[in-house]
Design a binder for this molecule. Structure first.
Ligand SMILES: *Cc1c(COP(=O)(O)O)cnc(C)c1O
Length: 489
């Protein structure tokens, strides 16, 4: 299968590229990104065949249908990383919470957030490709908290890859920061920045676009790449768990094969939601995808009104920081799929230049065929965490946004799969506050009070972080990042 460009072709990039080329250099003509030329049609027969498959078997069949240019041995190694999840026989458990609501828990991997679902196997694939081509890559990441730990964890000690990870000093939770700064390996550099996530992200973008930086890397024989979710190498692994969760509903006798369900996704960069969209196009029976946001509700606005409007907006810090995003990168792939390359280029240019675009009423109707949306503020999220805990289910603030959207968005009484994207351990001060009313200033206090309240143990891998040696102590100003990275290389 080949990959083509969301904003059309500029005459310099190739007209189409292989999967491996699309993941090694993910930016296409006119600043666009890559999408599959077509999607495999799996249909109900495929679902029937896979009904009793375990996660890895299903994953292999789905990846197989894409006919990507990755050796089978590499795919096997990549998928074997799901064996490190809590339950290797079922890395993504589906839990019934109430009435029609089932939660698919995507956080049972090494860093306790759903980024592991895609970044774990992606790390193996990317490093194998670099090795095969005998090339060296610098992977850059800017993180508000979950991508950094997952990227470091997947690339540590891998051949032909070095990672430079930028985080805002003081802008992540204690657990997230410790997950990064205690990750000791020769090929990893973790840098705290004086500033917020936007500062880290814009510093990263400047470096990715800088010709002098690239020239200096070239002297050292190093290519530059990024591990954010515009990389299709991450998206492909995010189609699988939607199919798995549906089959799990069938296995639990909650639905019959072929029945429609809602998918309910807490969204930021829209990678998770895009995986669901592609699963539908490949034949998964879904009524609609419910998009949940926090107070940064650009996606709710887009899906309800057709307007993508960030003219007078700046990011609002919330208790679900992984969704504190204004420019949601993967919406572009939906625009392409619905309206084609020419219109996508036009809309994305408007967004860059005017910070605004508006869909026509026909276009909006097409979008609303698939998506429905609502957002949840921090107080509401806290209330959902509290109420749900009282009924026996402990969840994090990102997952809580789905619970509100479940209440407000469904217009049919269909079974609903909500995705839980982080374990309680990653956002403990908010959760402790929801459960007990107390205001903990540090994660360790909050973790202990949740553990007491819920009568559960703090997992060893989280508790251990607080005693580990700090391997990365660099905290610098933005303008010193380039120098620091070059010194590391
Ligand atoms: C990254 C992240 C999200 C948002 O996922 P997208 O695929 O970017 O929409 C939601 N919740 C958590 C905990 C995350 O880490």
């Amino acid at each position: 299968m080949n990959f083509i460009e969301t904003r059309g072709n500029d005459g310099e990039h190739p007209l189409n590229v292989s999967f491996s080329a699309a993941i090694l250099s993910p930016i296409a003509s006119f600043g666009g990104i890559y999408v599959p030329e077509s999607l495999p049609d799996l249909g109900l027969d495929f679902l029937k065949q896979q009904l009793n498959s375990d996660y890895k078997t299903l994953a292999k069949s789905v990846l197989g249908a894409f006919e990507i240019d990755i050796d089978e041995a590499v795919i096997d190694e990549a998928l074997s990383l799901y064996d490190k999840f809590d339950d290797p026989s079922n890395p993504v458990p589906l839990v019934k919470v109430k009435d029609d609501l089932y939660v698919s828990e995507l956080y049972h991997g090494v860093t306790r957030a759903f980024k592991d679902m895609a970044l774990q196997p992606f790390g193996v694939v990317l490093s194998a490709l670099a090795k095969k081509r005998n090339e060296n890559y610098l992977i850059m990441a800017a993180t508000s908290g979950d991508t950094g730990p997952a990227a470091l964890e997947t690339f540590k000690n891998r051949d032909h890859v070095q990672v430079a990870c930028l985080y805002p000093d003081g802008g992540t939770s204690d657990v997230q920061r410790l997950q990064m700064v205690t990750e000791d390996a020769k090929n990893l550099k973790v840098i705290g920045i004086h500033g917020d996530f936007d500062d880290a992200q814009s510093a990263l973008k400047r470096l990715l676009a800088s010709t002098t930086f690239k020239a200096k890397l070239k002297e050292k024989n190093i290519h530059l790449s990024a591990a954010n979710s515009v990389n299709f190498g991450r998206i492909i692994f995010q189609i699988i768990y939607h199919i798995h969760s549906y089959l799990e509903l069938v296995r639990q006798h909650a639905i019959d094969l072929g029945d429609k369900v809602y998918l309910n996704v807490p969204s930021g960069n829209f990678g998770n939601a895009l995986g669901g969209y592609y699963a539908i196009k490949m034949g998964l029976p879904v009524e609609k995808i419910i998009i949940a946001s926090n107070n940064n509700n650009v996606l709710t606005q887009l899906i309800q009104s057709g307007k993508y409007d960030i003219r007078d907006k700046s990011v609002i810090p919330t208790s679900s920081p992984a969704m504190d995003i204004l420019k949601s990168s993967n919406v572009e792939r939906i625009l392409y799929d619905l309206f084609g390359a020419e219109r996508t280029k036009d809309l994305m240019l408007q967004l860059d230049n005017d910070h605004y675009y508006e869909l026509s009423s026909d276009e909006l109707a097409q979008l609303q065929q698939v998506f429905i949306a609502d957002y949840c503020n921090d107080d509401e999220a806290k209330q959902y965490i509290k109420d749900s805990f009282a009924k026996g289910y402990l969840m994090d603030p990102h997952t809580a946004t789905c619970f509100k959207a479940y209440d407000t968005c469904r217009d049919k009484p269909l079974k609903t799969i909500a995705y839980s994207t982080a374990e309680w351990t990653k956002f403990s001060p908010t959760i402790a506050n929801a459960l007990t009313g107390e205001n903990d200033t540090s994660d360790i206090d909050a973790l202990e009070s949740i553990a007491r309240e819920a009568n559960i143990q703090i997992p060893d891998m989280i508790k251990g972080l607080f005693d580990k040696e700090i391997a990365h102590k660099t905290i610098i100003d933005k303008q010193d990042i380039e120098k620091e990275i070059l010194a590391f290389l």
